[in-house]
Ligand binder design. Structure first.
Ligand code: URA
Length: 252
């Protein structure tokens, strides 16, 4: 990992601030002053980085994109049911990663897993209004302009003790009882509850996008990959965690 990236992702400042610290000679690795922000820190040097004379606590974050299959619980562990943890390689399982938000047992598609708690919070908290796009196939009469308008105005659900007014959402009606619904809140079973409110039965539900991330058209259920550093930076920029443009690992 690049030295400036290791320090920036561990809370020692923005990439620009840590570059300045490094070029001023305030950072050592294995006891040697390193003035090159792009210095590649070896795994066994990670616990030897010091900033202004104190050993730095380096947090190496992991960001994974999982295409969740149907019939899999959004949980790292479960004694009875197939769960997301079973798809994670052993070398990553003990890195304290957890799913960002939750998809129902029968919902498929895009699920991020990370040990970056702040990013996870920002991607799921309704306060940040991060958009999540769901592709739905449903049974019942075709949806109409009336539902598009109701979604845009903010649907009021009445399936609980008290009516709940949802944030405005965007409904796009597609051919063949298919629709795309874009939400920014993430209430429990929100899509299924909206469709029940419209007296339509959800047959399949798949999350196809979250913030700046989209599931590839040819993505295979059960596939898992690391996000690129550009994808991570895009999510961080979207949630206000960074303001700087993306910097390639190889560049300074
Ligand atoms: N809304 C739902 O109803 N289920 C999900 O899994 C996600 C959003």
């Amino acid at each position: 990992m690049r030295l400036d990236k290791a320090l920036a992702s561990s809370g020692y400042g923005t990439r620009t601030e840590v570059k300045s610290l490094i070029s001023k000679g305030k950072v050592t690795v294995a006891g040697k002053v390193i003035k090159d922000p792009g210095y590649k820190v070896k795994d066994d040097e990670l616990n030897t980085i010091s900033v202004a004379g104190s050993i730095a606590e380096i947090k190496e974050n992991i960001y994974l994109l999982f295409d969740k299959p149907d019939g899999v619980l959004t949980a790292m562990e479960d004694k009875r049911l197939p769960h997301v943890g079973q798809f994670i390689p052993a070398n990553l399982i003990n890195r304290k990663i957890s799913p960002v938000g939750r998809l129902d047992f029968h919902t498929t598609g895009l699920l991020i897993l990370t040990n970056d708690g702040e990013l996870s919070h920002r991607l799921t908290s309704p306060n940040y209004g991060i958009r999540k796009v769901y592709e739905v196939t449903y049974e019942g009469p075709a949806l109409t302009e009336a539902q598009i308008k109701e979604a845009a105005d903010g649907i009021t659900l009445t399936d609980m003790d008290k009516p709940v007014k949802l944030h405005p959402s965007v409904l796009e009606i597609k051919e063949g009882n298919r629709a795309l619904l874009t939400l920014t809140e993430g209430k429990t079973h929100e899509v299924r509850r909206i469709f029940a409110h419209w007296e339509r039965l959800v047959i399949t539900l798949k999350r196809v996008a979250l913030g700046t991330l989209m599931l590839d058209n040819n993505s295979q259920e059960g596939s898992l990959r690391e996000l690129t550093s550009e994808e991570v930076d895009d999510l961080k920029r979207l949630t206000g965690l960074i303001t700087e443009p993306h910097q390639e690992d190889g560049k300074q």
